[in-house]
Design a binder for this molecule. Structure first.
Ligand code: ADP
Length: 281
């Protein structure tokens, strides 16, 4: 094996041929960093909790002592800065050449490195009215041109759907595995199943499915009240043909902390979401 096959960053390149080092098995490597594991979190349908699960996994990995980065790949609906309560901050852009810049990610209170289009534009409510190829280009650039440094895990909050943008991520970035997020609704599972088949066609391993908003826990007796479907999370996972990673209830305390931008604090003081990372690490 040549040096270039084993090195994941052009900064580590021992051959002097940085172009060669930028490609590992035809995958694009970030220019400013060394990332050990890239994991995509995907759903196929908006609003099921993909970004929430991405944030929870990132925070749990960080709690376990890993160096973690998050790439907000949901370019037209970026929500990661709000999850981490850093939506008022802006990522720095450092000119490298006449045509190139380097992005300095915003660091959350826990020390998670975050890059999102919403951290690069002036105001977070400014819409992105771009066609697919431009969005794909922006996402690829945030991945390659961010100063990630040494990371154990880079989590990508994947763009919704099975279209062009998700396809580009899976084809061009060295994604090690995928985590699928679903809710217990037949309509959602049907669409999520399409995503599962797409990931399988791309030969990317699936760690499992997180069934989000599975139930509400009764405050009095602790019973699980299934709001959307009587089917169990195991049944849904069987339908999708992937392992069940976790079953998460609707959690109003989590929502409240998200609204206040204090989700990291909430996760730090809770053991509830540890299960999300047990099968990853
Ligand atoms: P997606 O990324 O799939 O579009 P989000 O993660 O943005 O979905 O979640 C959509 C909404 O649902 C957000 O307002 C979020 O706070 C809420 N939400 C997600 N998961 C839960 C949960 N387990 N309990 C309560 N609310 C949740």
């Amino acid at each position: 094996m040549s040096n270039c096959d084993s090195c994941a960053s052009n900064e580590n390149c021992s051959t002097g041929d940085k172009d060669k080092c930028n490609s590992k098995n035809d995958k694009v490597m970030p220019k400013y960093g060394n990332i050990k594991n890239i994991i995509g979190i995907i759903s196929g349908k908006g609003g099921v909790g993909k970004s929430t699960v991405t944030g929870l996994i990132a925070a749990e990995l960080r709690k376990a002592g890993y160096k973690v980065g998050v790439l907000d790949g949901d370019v037209t609906g970026p929500s990661m800065p709000r999850f981490f309560g850093v939506n008022k901050e802006r990522a720095k852009m450092i000119p490298m050449t006449e045509t190139e810049v380097k992005f300095i990610p915003v660091e959350t209170e826990m020390g998670i490195k975050l890059i999102s289009l919403n951290l690069l534009i002036e105001s977070e409510d400014e819409p992105v009215i771009w066609r697919g190829p431009v969005i794909t280009g922006a996402l690829s650039q945030m991945y390659t041109d961010t100063e990630w440094g040494e990371l154990d895990y880079l989590l990508i909050d994947m763009p919704p759907g099975t279209g062009d943008i998700a396809l580009t991520v899976m084809q061009t970035m060295p994604v090690k595995s995928m985590i699928v997020v679903s809710t217990p609704q037949d309509m959602v599972s049907m669409i999520v199943k399409k995503v599962v088949i797409m990931i399988e066609k791309m030969n990317i391993p699936i760690v499992g499915v997180v069934e989000n908003m599975s139930y509400i826990k009764c405050n009095n007796c602790g019973d699980k009240i299934r709001v959307f479907s009587k089917k169990t999370a195991e049944e849904q996972a069987r339908y999708l043909g992937v392992p069940l990673l976790a079953e998460m209830p609707i959690n109003l305390d989590l929502v409240e902390s998200l609204e206040r931008g204090t989700a990291e604090k909430y996760i730090s003081s809770s053991n509830e979401y540890k299960i999300l990372v047990e099968k990853i690490i």
